[in-house]
Ligand binder design. Sequence first.
Ligand code: CA
Length: 143
Amino acid sequence: MTGRLFRTPFSSRILLQGKQSPAQDLNLLLLLVQPQLRFCSAKMSSPTETERCIESLIAVFQRYAGKDGNSSKLNKAEFLTFMNRELAAFTKNQKDPGVLDRMMKKLDINSDGQLDFQEFLNLIGGLAIACHESFLKSAHLQK
Ligand SMILES: [Ca+2]
């Protein structure tokens, strides 16, 4: 479903939303309406590179978070599976076996033992910043 988020017309998305569990209606409506408002000009064309990146992040998060039946949060086992499969280059270079435990604790801002999507994005954002700075540093050294 998330893979089609930006290509689904607004009205049908709301109809589709109406068939979902009413328990999550407000949060899901906000999640669905906000991207639609932001990307409404692109809804009839293919998604942009940035929109595809957002869709991919959501899809990856939900795939790993959904292993226990609840796709809204990553538990510790799901986080470890995600790190070892998706960020193996990072985890393989770690000689400290406790590093993933400490990362999980640091990312878990509300200390509920799980990572919600916002907490997950802090990890992705932090890694993206580190990679960006590394690229800048290596480009600077090459000059
Ligand atoms: Ca949490």
